[in-house]
Design a protein around this ligand. Structure first.
Ligand SMILES: Nc1nc2c(c(=O)[nH]1)N[C@H]1C(S)=C(S)[C@@H](COP(=O)(O)O)O[C@H]1N2
Ligand SMILES: [Mo]
Length: 314
C-alpha cells in the first residue's frame, strides 16, 4: 500500500509542489483556459520529491474559477491576534511554528497531545483547490495541501456522547499584540458539529501554493470550512476539544447578532450591516454573485435538514 508520509512540510528542501504544477493541473482540466503544455512540462521536469508532495487534486472539488494569485492570498489576511489590519505579514513572521503540537481533549477515549510531525505521518495528504469566502465579502480561490478534517475525529476517537468539536488556536502573548485587546475573549475558538467535522469537505491545511502554510495564513496548521464564512476557519490550531455542549465561538461571543454558530454562506441572508449578495475576488477585484454554501451545497446541504428553525446563515 502506498502511504505517503508528510513530515516534509516542515523541511524546506522537500516542501515544494511548484505553484506552476498546481496551475498547470487546473489548466489541464480546462478551467482557467490557456495552454496546458507549460504546466505539464513542469510536472515532467519537477524533482521527484516535489512530484510526491501531495496526491493529485480531486476533481470533485473543482473551484470553477481562476486561482487567486499567491501574492494576494498571502498578503491580505485576517489574523486578529496580530492586529486588526489586513497587513499582518511582518507581525505574523514572529509566530513560533516549531515545535508544534495539537491536543485532543474532552470526550475522547484518551486525551493526548501529538506532535505535528507525528500527526502528519498518520494522515494521507491531498491537494484541494477551494473557494474561501470571508463574511466581509472578499473571496479567494486557493490550492491547499492537507488532509480531511475527519482525520481529527479518527485520531481523537471521541466517546459516544460527543456532539461538537471546539477548535482552539494559538496564543503566544509575546508575539501577538492582539491578545492585549481585552474586548476580545481570547483564545480564538471556533466550533462545529461532529457531523460537520466528518463531512468530506472539511479540511485541515498545512500548505498552500505548494509551500508550507505561512504564518499569516494560519501556519503551521489551520482548519477550513469552505462552505462557511471564513471566520469559522481557525488558524494555527493547537487544541481540539470534543464536547456535548455547543460552544460559543470567538466572534459569536463578541457580537452574536452578526456572527452565529452555523455561519453558512448564503447570498440571500444579509449581514446586519451589509449585503451578502455578491463577493469581491482578491486579485482582480471582480464582483461575482455569492452562492449558497459557497457553491458546495451538493456536499453539505444535507447536514442542515431539520435545522431550518436555526439561524443557519449568519
Ligand atoms: N486564529 C485566527 N483564525 C482566524 C482569524 C483570526 O483572526 N484568528 N480570522 C478568520 C477570518 S475572519 C478569515 S476570513 C480567515 C482568513 O484566512 P486567510 O488570511 O488565510 O485568508 O481566517 C479566519 N481564521
Ligand atoms: Mo473573515
Amino acid at each position: 500500500m502506498l502511504v505517503r508520509t508528510r513530515r516534509g512540510w516542515e523541511l524546506p528542501e522537500s516542501a515544494a509542489t511548484p505553484e506552476a504544477l498546481v496551475v498547470g493541473r487546473r489548466k489541464g482540466l480546462g478551467l482557467i483556459g490557456g495552454g496546458l503544455t507549460a504546466g505539464l512540462g513542469l510536472l515532467r521536469n519537477a524533482p521527484a520529491s516535489a512530484q510526491g508532495a501531495a496526491a493529485p487534486g480531486d476533481p470533485r472539488f473543482d473551484p470553477g474559477r481562476a486561482t487567486t494569485p499567491e501574492r494576494n492570498a498571502t498578503t491580505y489576511n485576517n489574523y486578529y491576534e496580530f492586529g486588526d489590519s489586513k497587513d499582518v505579514v511582518s507581525a505574523a513572521r514572529k509566530l513560533k511554528m516549531s515545535p508544534w503540537s495539537i491536543r485532543f481533549e474532552g470526550m475522547v477515549a484518551q486525551p493526548r497531545e501529538i506532535g505535528l510531525e507525528d500527526l502528519l505521518k498518520q494522515v494521507r495528504m491531498e491537494e484541494r483547490v477551494l473557494r474561501h469566502r470571508c463574511v466581509e465579502t472578499w473571496a479567494m480561490t486557493v490550492p491547499w495541501t492537507g488532509f480531511p478534517l475527519s482525520e481529527f475525529v479518527r485520531l481523537a476517537q471521541p466517546s459516544s456522547g460527543a456532539k461538537y468539536l471546539v477548535l482552539e488556536t494559538a496564543q503566544q502573548p509575546d508575539v501577538m499584540p492582539g491578545l492585549r485587546q481585552i474586548w476580545y475573549s481570547w483564545p480564538y475558538i471556533e466550533g462545529c458539529t461532529l457531523a460537520e467535522a466528518q463531512n468530506e469537505l472539511g479540511f485541515v491545511a498545512t500548505g498552500m501554493y505548494g509551500k508550507p502554510l505561512p504564518p499569516q495564513n494560519g501556519g503551521p496548521i489551520r482548519v477550513l470550512f469552505p462552505w462557511k464564512y471564513g471566520f469559522k476557519s481557525g488558524k494555527s490550531v493547537v487544541k481540539v476539544t470534543f464536547t456535548d455542549k455547543r460552544p460559543v465561538s470567538f466572534w459569536e461571543q463578541l457580537q452574536s447578532s452578526e456572527y452565529g454558530f452555523w455561519a453558512n454562506v448564503n447570498p440571500a441572508v444579509p449581514h446586519p450591516r451589509w449585503s451578502q449578495a455578491t463577493e469581491r475576488l482578491l486579485g482582480n477585484n471582480e464582483r461575482v454573485p455569492t452562492r449558497i454554501f459557497n457553491g458546495y451545497g451538493e456536499f453539505v446541504a444535507d447536514l442542515y435538514k431539520g435545522l431550518e428553525g436555526e439561524r443557519l446563515y449568519t
